[in-house]
Design a protein around this ligand. Sequence first.
Ligand code: CUA
Length: 188
Amino acid sequence: MAEISTPPSGDKRGEVGERLWAGSMTAITLLLVGVVVYTSAHWGFHPPSQVETIDSTSLHEGGEFSEANLGTVIAPDGSAVVRVVAQQYAFVPDCLVVPAGKPVTIRLASADVVHGFLVQGTNVNAMVVPGYVTTVHTMFKDPGERLMPCHEFCGVGHQAMWARVRVVEPSSFPSDANNKQKAVSCAP
Ligand code: CUA
């Protein structure tokens, strides 16, 4: 019966390298999982969970995303709903005005291809897929202006597709005294 023995390793450096490699890969994996857990729990980063369909070919013909409805409407409780259309290669309106310190719901629909949008320094980051309404909920703490670029390649004009988000004090929110339900924006 042949004697079974482990082959002579003879290469301690190789073994140390293997352990270093396995250890660092485990550490990186744990770090990435930690980042996902932290951003979803602490910053409220998560994919939109609702599925709401819409006919992207007829947005302009009426309904929620017709031109007159685009922009911000303030509810009696002070919260805001912002409706935006994403299309090659602009957001309409291209300047959103929102109240600071109030719940803000942003609803987007695409008129053509897949777009994406994020608002710098906030948890707002989502894709806008034709045929679906993207809804995100957020709150802007401080007044100021933030950029909202399209972050999904949508064609040759992609890099020029972006909007601004102007956060203002609720007291200085532009409102039409005669018609509080009029959608407003800061687009020229
Ligand atoms: Cu729209 Cu990139």
